[in-house]
Structures are given as C-alpha cells and as structure tokens.
Design a protein around this ligand. Structure first.
Ligand code: SF4
Length: 232
C-alpha cells in the first residue's frame, strides 16, 4: 500500500510545520478539528510570538484560549498545551532536544499521562516532533484496514494498538534506520488517500488502492459501496 500510494501521490513532506514545537502545537490543536482551522490558530500564535516554548510560556491561559479559538475546545486545549510546557520545563529543562533523547517507551508513557493526550497525539509527537520510530494510526487507517480486511476485529471498532502493530509488522523487513521515514510517509499517505477516497463512504473508483482491494476481498465480484458499479 505504501508503494502504491507513494507512486500515486509522491512525497508528502509531513508534518506541515517549520519547527518541532510547532508540530506539537499542531498535534494538540488538530484533535477533533479540521487542519484549516488549525492553520488559523497557528497563524494567530505566530503573530503573537507564541510558537516557541519561550513565547508560549509568556502568555496567559486566557490569551492562549483566544489565539487558538479557531480550533475549538479552547479550554481543554489551552490547559493541555500549558501542561505539556510545564512538563517540558520541569523534566527536560525546557529542551525538546533533551526530551527527544529519552527512550521511546518512557516518553510515550509520560506523554499519555498528560491531560489531552491520547494514543494518536502521543505517537504523532513522538514521530513527527521527536523523531522516534513509532507508527501513527487514525480513523483513515482504521477504515482502510477494515475495508481491506487486514484485521478481523473482535469488537466493532479495531483497537488503536492493532493498527499500529499492523504498520509495524508491514515494515518489519525494512532496515530499522529507515523506520522513521517510512512511518512518517505511510501515515501521511493514508491521510491523503483517506481524504481523497476512503471517506465515511468509500469512493473506490480511481483510488490508488482499488487493485489491492480486489485482491484482498474478491471485490471485483462486488459493487462499489458508493456507486453500485462493479470495480474496474
Ligand atoms: S479502494 Fe476503496 S476501500 Fe480501499 S482505500 Fe480506496 S476508497 Fe478505501
């Protein structure tokens, strides 16, 4: 899937940010929010000089809430960002470089203990801001995995860990030194195909993974869930 999507879409250049700290802010702000709204919040933060630890430290929670208003959930997100900053200052002397040097499992555990940080946010921070080799899973990957029958869920919704393990095992034969790059690109590519095709209702016609779906499910004998036509 990675190769098919890479061929179709090319390099994705993720994460869309200039600094690691901006990645972290974006990872919090994008929760339950479209990226366009996050961009408006980041622009506000940039204009206020708050896109750095020093800048964010200097503004009050109330000011932060105002600046991130386009992203919604401002009370929860502002407190969560301040909590991250407090942890960075207290435990890593305010240095993302020092934080990134900690072992992956320890960092993941620490991030998940912070308010407003779930699996996806923790892994996005680890991978895209701190350069640790962890896969990121999301709703798009869950849909793809379900529709391509990559996992047989015991429950109605596939667990997050099952999806990240699936990604990990798919790249297990690749040299570990390349995992950060591969996990980075694969997540970005699944988001790209998710937005373009694998939405709440699948738009399989023209999807770069349509051939894979045929192989995986015998889909050629079944109609496209959207159009009712047989897949080409
Ligand atoms: S082929 Fe269909 S089910 Fe598979 S990723 Fe594309 S849109 Fe989703």
């Amino acid at each position: 899937m990675h190769d098919q999507l890479a061929q179709a879409y090319g390099p994705q250049h993720w994460w869309p940010a200039k600094t690691a700290f901006e990645v972290i802010l974006g990872a919090y702000l994008t929760q339950n929010t479209a990226w366009k709204a996050v961009e408006r919040s980041l622009a506000n933060l940039r204009a206020a000089g708050a896109l750095t630890p020093k800048g964010l430290r200097a503004i009050s929670v109330e000011t932060l809430q105002d600046l991130i208003r386009p992203s919604g959930f401002i009370t929860r997100k502002a407190l969560a960002l301040k909590a991250f900053l407090a942890m960075l200052d207290t435990e890593f002397a305010g240095s993302l470089r020092r934080m990134a040097a900690a072992p992956t499992a320890q960092l993941r555990h620490r991030l998940l203990a912070l308010p407003g940080v779930g699996n996806e946010t923790a892994d996005a921070i680890l991978l895209y801001a701190l350069g640790h080799p962890v896969p990121v899973a999301d709703e798009y990957l869950r849909r793809i995995a379900e529709r391509h029958q990559l996992l047989t869920p015991a429950q109605p919704r596939i667990r997050y860990e099952s999806l990240t393990e699936l990604t990990r095992s798919a790249f297990a034969a690749d040299p570990p030194a390349g995992h950060v790059r591969l996990f980075n690109e694969f997540h970005a590519l699944t988001v790209a195909v998710g937005k373009a095709h694998c939405r709440r209702t699948a738009h399989c016609e023209g999807c770069p993974l349509a051939g894979d779906l045929q192989l995986a499910t015998g889909y050629a004998r079944q109609p496209c869930p959207r159009s009712g036509k047989l897949n080409p």
